[in-house]
Design a protein around this ligand. Structure first.
Ligand code: IPM
Ligand code: MG
Length: 353
């Protein structure tokens, strides 16, 4: 297993170090794991003047899977847009053709109290959001800021081709087949042509999956339903920007954004694995971040890229065990549990493994 390790910025290096401990423990157990590290985001800009240095992209292209921390930091916010850390992330997604972004929102029973929603609303929650990741308004042309009628206007283009929608729809239906066989497609077809086409394609692809029950929901309603009655959802498929927003919302149902892993896959299940949260510059370097989303991303890597379901379950069970022991980082700490640091959490998961 050749894994490119890209810690990135902010809390990225701290949380990735914990996930690397897990991979090292697995390799002491006899798994053949090769890891190599490279800078991305602000760290890439500092090292090579580019948020996605050529050597980093090459390493990621040659690897079977990529483990990523997070990118972004205040000191880079004033750089011209192409040099900003976020561009490194968007470019590597595009370059590796990672069009299917899987973001599970799963509530661990031990964390029901950490959610801002009532325990009865979220207990047993298990949703999979499939977010399209290489199209939409994130990449659509034309885009820019220019002067029209004596004032500046800013504009972007929301755009999906038939084939882009088809391929992500196939992934979503495939996942629904392995779960509860219910798929909800989220868009804004009452206003946007782009969404109208999205809906048409999702329906068309659905004819190949007659067992899957398909429903459609406008994104504003979906945002509301996610906090009203989140357990109505099984698999959600949606475009890049709606998925960006809804997955942050869904993460809070589970207690903390620090818990949610993600997988970004190409058509051959090569993948990049990262927590859905950002670089959290406000707490960087203090060893208090939650590494569980990153560790759970390694579990997803074992499941989706390496087809090692048993190893994925082993990692997930180790996380459950640590939570059952009452160990918590600050973001999920409640009265009656023990607050521990980022590195202590990594050690606890390795011990449980
Ligand atoms: C995410 C992040 C990124 C995105 C940013 C950092 C570019 O919010 O992975 O959800 O918008 O996709
Ligand atoms: Mg986001």
């Amino acid at each position: 297993m050749k894994i490119a390790v890209l810690p990135g910025d902010g809390i990225g290096p701290e949380i990735v170090a914990q996930a690397v401990k897990v991979l090292e423990a697995l390799s002491r157990d006899g798994m053949k794991i090769e890891m190599e590290e490279a800078p991305i985001g602000g760290a890439g800009y500092d090292a090579a003047g580019d948020p996605l240095p050529a050597a980093t992209l090459k390493l990621a292209q040659d690897a079977d899977a990529v483990l990523l921390g997070a990118v972004g930091g205040w000191k880079y916010d004033a750089l011209p847009r192409p040099m900003r850390p976020e561009q490194g992330l968007l470019r590597i997604r595009k370059e590796l053709n990672l069009f299917a972004n899987l973001r599970p929102a799963l509530l661990y029973p031990e964390l029901a109290d950490a959610s801002t929603l009532k325990p009865e609303v979220v207990s047993g929650l298990d949703i999979m959001i499939v977010r399209e990741l290489t199209g939409d308004i994130y990449f659509g042309q034309p885009r820019g800021i220019e002067v029209r009628n004596g004032e500046r206007v800013g504009y972007n283009t929301m755009l999906y081709s038939e084939s882009e929608v088809r391929r992500v729809a196939h992934v979503a239906y495939g996942i629904a087949m392995k779960r509860g066989k219910r798929l909800c497609s989220v868009e804004k077809a009452n206003v946007l042509e782009c969404s109208e086409l999205w809906r048409e394609m999702v329906i068309e692809v659905g004819t190949s999956y007659p067992e899957v029950e398909l429903s459609h929901m406008y994104v504003d309603n979906a945002a509301m339903q996610l906090v009203r009655n989140p357990k109505q959802f099984d698999v959600i498929v949606t475009g890049n920007i709606f998925g960006d927003i809804l997955s942050d919302e869904a993460s809070m149902l589970t207690g903390s954004i620090g818990m949610l892993p993600s997988a970004s896959l190409d058509s051959n299940n090569k993948g990049m694995y990262e927590p859905i949260h950002g670089s959290a510059p406000d707490i960087a370097g203090r060893n208090i971040a939650n590494p569980l989303a990153t560790i759970l991303s390694v579990a997803m890597m074992m499941r989706y890229t390496f087809s090692r379901e048993e190893i994925a379950l082993r990692i997930e069970n180790a996380v459950k065990k640590v939570l059952a022991q009452g160990l918590r980082t600050a973001d999920i700490h409640v009265a009656g549990t023990k607050k521990i640091s980022c590195s202590e959490m990594g050690d606890a998961v390795v011990a449980a493994l």
